[in-house]
Design a protein. Structure first.
Length: 225
């Protein structure tokens, strides 16, 4: 239900209907790069704070499969016209930072909740083959080069093959029951992450629709003041 609600966000219908300027589409891919690049941070946090040996092994395998996938989104952005340096020096919008920090906090305090959250962030619009194909089509409709998102699509295909949306089921294979308090906490954290996704999508629209904002968003040093 919550996965579907994420997909109903006005970001997606707005892109389909061409309600936004093309920079919003670029922003979606930029923030997806930051999103993918954060994987090693939140997965390693979950692994470091996990006390269940079986779950720790699953998380270690997950980290090994995910730690270095951001280059695929980066190369897609280069295909769209940004330089490699621009992508690597880009700063996430605040809603993306909020999403990452929320997920890291869940990973730190609630391993079951984190595993449940993989059901959301591994199955969202840009992380399914259907969603990736839609992005390819939209990229061309917004005037970006044909097949510019091929590297990102290959990332999605790898994730689908690895069945990362099945981590929760694997984790629960050896558990005949889960204490009610633990289940309640996991569901609440899952719900919080759903709302973080809403803010993440809102933030993309807000920042990249504003013609006065730098794209990519810049890091600000002391001498910029």
């Amino acid at each position: 239900m919550w996965t579907e609600q994420i997909g109903y966000h006005r970001l997606w219908s707005g892109l389909e209907n061409k309600d936004f300027r093309r920079e919003v589409f670029l922003g979606l891919i930029l923030e997806t790069y930051h999103y993918i690049n954060s994987a090693s941070r939140h997965i390693s946090t979950a692994s470091a704070h996990c006390t269940d040996p079986h779950w720790k092994r699953l998380l270690s395998e997950y980290l090994a499969e995910e730690y270095n996938h951001a280059w695929m989104a980066r190369d897609s952005l280069v295909n769209m016209g940004l330089s490699k340096a621009e992508v690597q020096n880009a700063h996430p919008v605040i809603s993306t930072w909020s999403w990452i920090n929320n997920l890291c906090e869940i990973a730190r305090e609630d391993t079951l909740g984190y595993l449940a959250c993989t059901k959301l962030f591994e199955a969202r619009g840009t992380e399914t083959l259907e969603g990736a194909e839609t992005l390819q089509r939209l990229a061309e409709e917004y005037g970006y080069p044909k097949d510019c998102l091929s590297p990102l699509v290959s990332h999605v295909a790898e994730d689908v093959k690895a069945n990362h949306t099945g981590l929760l089921e694997e984790a629960l294979e050896h558990h005949s029951h889960i204490p009610a308090a633990q289940a309640h906490r996991a569901v609440n954290n899952l719900h919080d992450l759903k709302h973080s996704f809403d803010q993440y999508n809102d933030g993309i629209i807000l920042y990249y629709s504003d013609v006065s904002n730098y794209i990519p968003r810049l890091k600000v040093d002391h001498f910029s003041l």
